[in-house]
Design a protein around this ligand. Structure first.
Ligand code: SAH
Length: 354
């Protein structure tokens, strides 16, 4: 049984089986796969060398799901672009394109909404609507590459949703994205960020050892982590750190911890020292994110002085640390500011090309 029935979620083997079962020639699979994953077409009619009879029937059973651009925002500060995309069932998701010297990076959503409930995050305010298909995660990248005409070299799964709450689709998406017969993005240029669903971290380390893993930590002890992230009630920091160690030992790769700095909550010297103790000896890198305020909550960004002090404590203890550059704040494209598009829907249905 195939887990996903839609054309762009299938891998080459599945597509081949489907076509053979219909009495088609094997080479059609490679042709269609190329249209879907290399030439990045968005409508079946664009597959010019496939007979219409074959395509029409195929698409009846295996629809071509993807995303449709509704709206685009461009940051006046740094050129970051945020896209509002519609799914075939009317759900709306967001994706972000960031331009760096090292290449174009796309931040994709893995779910429409999110059920993790992190207190500081806008993406979870309305709960989970549904999981995305592999095709819908991929097409965010494909459409952005198509629209800009520039190659996407880096992908971060840090948009709306918890990727490890949609693990199987994430895993398939990664295989398709890194396929030499598709966009062939380097696994090392992909980062998946999780709030810390422990069993999936083990699975991920075994199955996708070359993909970079980021764990949202945000607090250095269980009590304060539970205040910020409900997932901390399910898995203790001890369990989480054990899984992080497993990833590093298994993959020989550096792990990233994200730590959002909230004024007077987790940004003091004491927390910095606890954080040092927590990660000491582990091959890791701490990415500090001064929390981006969302209107529904009262979390305030740490002051520059506190951020600098926090950084210094980590550095003095030989912990690798960077402060994440905030991208696209003026268009609500920064971390934790993506949300389901419902609230904006009436405004969003205008034609972006008009
Ligand atoms: N669900 C995944 C990935 C999505 S969020 C995860 O939790 O890791 C990507 C990062 O942005 C996470 O580290 C998340 O905790 C952080 N984040 C969420 N809301 C934020 C906010 N308001 N300000 C700064 N970072 C935020």
């Amino acid at each position: 049984m195939m887990q996903w029935n839609d054309l762009r979620s299938m891998n080459m083997e599945e597509l081949t089986q489907v076509l053979l079962a219909r009495g088609e020639k094997k080479f059609r699979a490679r042709q269609i796969y190329g249209w879907l994953h290399k030439k990045l077409i968005s409508r079946p009619e664009e597959m010019r060398n496939i007979p219409a009879a074959c395509l029409d029937k195929l698409c009846e059973d295996h629809p071509l799901y993807g995303v449709t651009e509704l709206k685009r925002y461009v940051s006046k500060i740094d050129g970051t672009m945020k896209f509002l995309f519609a799914l075939h069932d009317g759900n709306i998701i967001e994706s972000v394109l960031m331009k760096y010297k090292h290449g174009n990076s796309v931040c994709i959503s893995s779910q429409a909404g999110c059920r993790m409930g992190c207190r500081f995050c806008a993406s979870t305010l309305l709960g989970l609507s549904r999981n995305l298909y592999p095709s819908e995660m991929l097409d965010q990248i494909y459409q952005i590459q198509r629209m800009t005409g520039e190659r996407v070299s880096h992908v971060v799964v840090m948009g709306t949703g918890e990727p490890f709450d949609n693990y199987d689709a994430l895993s398939r998406m990664l295989d398709l994205l890194c396929d030499p017969e598709g966009l062939n993005i380097s696994r090392r240029n992909i980062t998946v960020s999780t709030c810390g669903i422990v069993p999936r971290i083990y699975q991920f380390a075994d199955r996708h050892p070359q993909v970079t893993l980021a764990i949202s930590l945000h607090a250095p002890d269980d009590a304060s982590r539970r205040d910020l992230m409900p997932i901390a009630n399910r898995y203790s920091l001890a369990e989480l750190m054990k899984a992080a160690n497993y990833y590093v030992n298994k993959t020989r790769r550096r792990i990233t911890f994200e730590y959002s700095l909230v004024k007077d909550k987790n940004d003091g010297r004491e927390e910095a020292l606890k954080l040092v103790k927590l990660v000491e000896g582990l091959n890791c890198h701490i990415n500090l994110i001064p929390v981006n305020p969302i209107q529904e909550r009262d979390f305030k960004q740490s002051e520059d002085r506190s951020v600098r002090h926090f950084v210094k404590v980590l550095e003095d203890n030989h912990i690798q640390v960077t402060v994440r550059r905030e991208m696209g704040r003026d268009i609500q494209a920064a971390c934790g500011q993506l949300r389901k598009g419902y609230a904006e829907r009436s405004e969003a249905v205008c034609d972006p090309t008009a």
